[in-house]
Design a protein around this ligand. Structure first.
Ligand code: PLP
Length: 372
């Protein structure tokens, strides 16, 4: 059987073996963290250990970490639970942010970005001036499709002038760049375990000590009444281990960047009409968004798949849906070009052979379509 070349880490990353060990051990023990007996206390200890580990990943206080079922729930809880009068979202946010803003029924303003996917600060100032107060500003720390990293600390400084609170979706940034909740100065930050080598279906909100948050899911009052429902103990414990491993994994980012840069330079050397999206901005080291003009992203994904290579087109969560990337159109790409993009995302298990296999497949589809 052909070896699978997995280059879709921004969609989900392989579970680290230490995470599997942690989760297996936890699943072999019984206990509801809310039970007062020994079994319950054992489960509680695992949840609290993981809370401290996740807090360490982002330099926050453990008690300010609220576990959720993932990044989508985290975004929905924050956007709908802050008590804002209006919402300002960057044009390149993940769909879960747009959907939550729509669901909130609040006036929503879209902050434009530059052609490199960087939030336009002057436009943000203008929107803050006119938006109903208090506003909530939602700008992701790193984008899932192109990897653009925003200057969130500067956004916070501007938002504070208008008494606005700031939420940053750090789902893609975590484990790829160092994170410091306190230095960023945001009120809310979201995380998702499966983007950093943990299990799917677990995430967290990190919030400032005075930041309000209405629970999206009322019930038994778990998570200090900020998110009800019996905690996913094994998943949360796995998230804790993944957070620790991801911190160590930051040391591997230079290697990953070198592989990503090699991939991009070989693609550019093959085709001078190929576009590396957003390469002029500060970007995640593992992410590459490539446009092959004239060849639809879906077609490319299928071609790579036939060659045993996993990449995605558009945003990961919408693979399977045929829709032009709102991120690329927000950056000013015409739909005809935007629909010809794919996202390649590398990670801790990516090797040079994986990159070589990708480049060979990219060249073959390019040459074949250009020969027609
Ligand atoms: N935010 C970003 C930037 C993402 O890339 C994703 C997933 O692709 C999410 C949020 C949603 O996270 P989850 O899959 O944990 O619901």
């Amino acid at each position: 059987m052909k070896r699978l070349v997995y280059l879709d880490y921004n969609a989900t990353s392989p579970i680290r073996s230490a995470v599997i060990d942690t989760m297996t051990a936890v699943m072999q023990s019984v206990g509801n963290p809310s039970s007062v007996h020994a079994a319950g206390r054992g489960a509680r200890a695992k949840v609290e250990e993981a809370r401290a580990q996740v807090a360490a990943l982002v330099n926050a206080r453990p008690r300010d970490v609220v576990f959720t079922s993932g990044g989508t729930e985290a975004s929905n809880t924050v956007i709908r639970g802050v008590g804002a009068a209006s919402i300002l979202v960057s044009a390149i946010e993940h769909d879960c942010v747009f959907a939550a803003a729509k669901e909130s029924g609040l006036p929503t303003y879209v902050i434009p970005t530059s052609d490199q996917g960087v939030v336009d600060m002057e436009a943000l100032r203008g929107l803050l001036e006119k938006a109903e107060k208090p506003a909530l500003v939602s700008v992701m720390l790193a984008n899932n499709e192109i990897g653009a990293i925003q200057d969130v600390a500067a956004i916070v400084a501007l938002a504070k002038e208008f008494g606005a609170r700031v939420f940053t979706d750090a789902v893609q940034a975590a484990g790829k760049i160092p994170l410091d909740f306190k230095a960023l100065g945001v009120d809310y930050l979201s995380l998702s375990a499966h983007k950093l080598g943990g299990p799917q279906g677990v995430g967290a909100i990190v919030l400032g000590p005075t930041a309000p948050l209405k629970s999206l899911i009322p019930g038994g009052g778990q998570e200090l009444s900020r998110r009800s429902g019996t905690e996913n103990v094994a998943g949360i414990a796995g998230f804790g281990t993944a957070a620790m491993e991801a911190m160590v994994g930051l040391g591997d980012m230079d290697r990953i960047r070198a592989l990503r840069d090699k991939l991009e330079s070989e693609v550019r050397a093959t085709a001078n009409d190929a576009i590396v999206v957003g390469s002029g901005a500060d970007r995640l080291a593992n992410t590459s968004c490539l446009i092959m003009p004239g060849v639809k992203g879906e077609t490319q994904v299928m071609h790579f798949d036939l060659n045993g290579i996993c990449v995605s087109s558009g945003s990961a969560c919408s693979s399977g849906k045929v829709k032009v990337s709102h991120v690329l159109t927000a950056m000013g790409f015409a739909p005809e070009l935007a629909e010809c993009s794919i996202r390649v995302s590398l990670g801790y298990r990516t090797t040079e052979e994986d990159v070589d296999a990708f480049v060979a497949a990219w060249k073959s589809i390019y040459t074949r379509t250009r020969a027609r």
